[in-house]
Design a binder for this molecule. Sequence first.
Ligand code: MN
Length: 130
Amino acid sequence: MAGELILIVEDNAKNLKLTRDVLQFYGYHTLEAVTGAAGLALAREHLPHLILLDIQLPDMDGIAVLAQLRAEPRTDALPVVALTALAMRGDRERFREAGFDGYIAKPFSVADFPEQVRLFLNPDVASRST
Ligand code: MN
């Protein structure tokens, strides 16, 4: 089922546009922020169904953004997926320990991305697939 609201926090204009365009093509509604502070404000205001969070942002890193979301009762249960160009061994474990619900490495595959998003929006399916 599409139509869910997804917040994209990404400071790279090209990546932001690609992510938004793919999500909108598949029927999702999107909110966009290019800084951690703006992302936090949109998350608090709209309580999106999913947050795609870049790790390297101009004002604060994604792990700090996540920590703030997890520290506030209104936002602590929102699914948050790290979107990152970092693809080193151990990143997946590091992001999971930080409290992310998952990790999508950039550049993502346009063919696979919608299915990855769908799984994060439907944790029952995601947990069965792991
Ligand atoms: Mn970035």
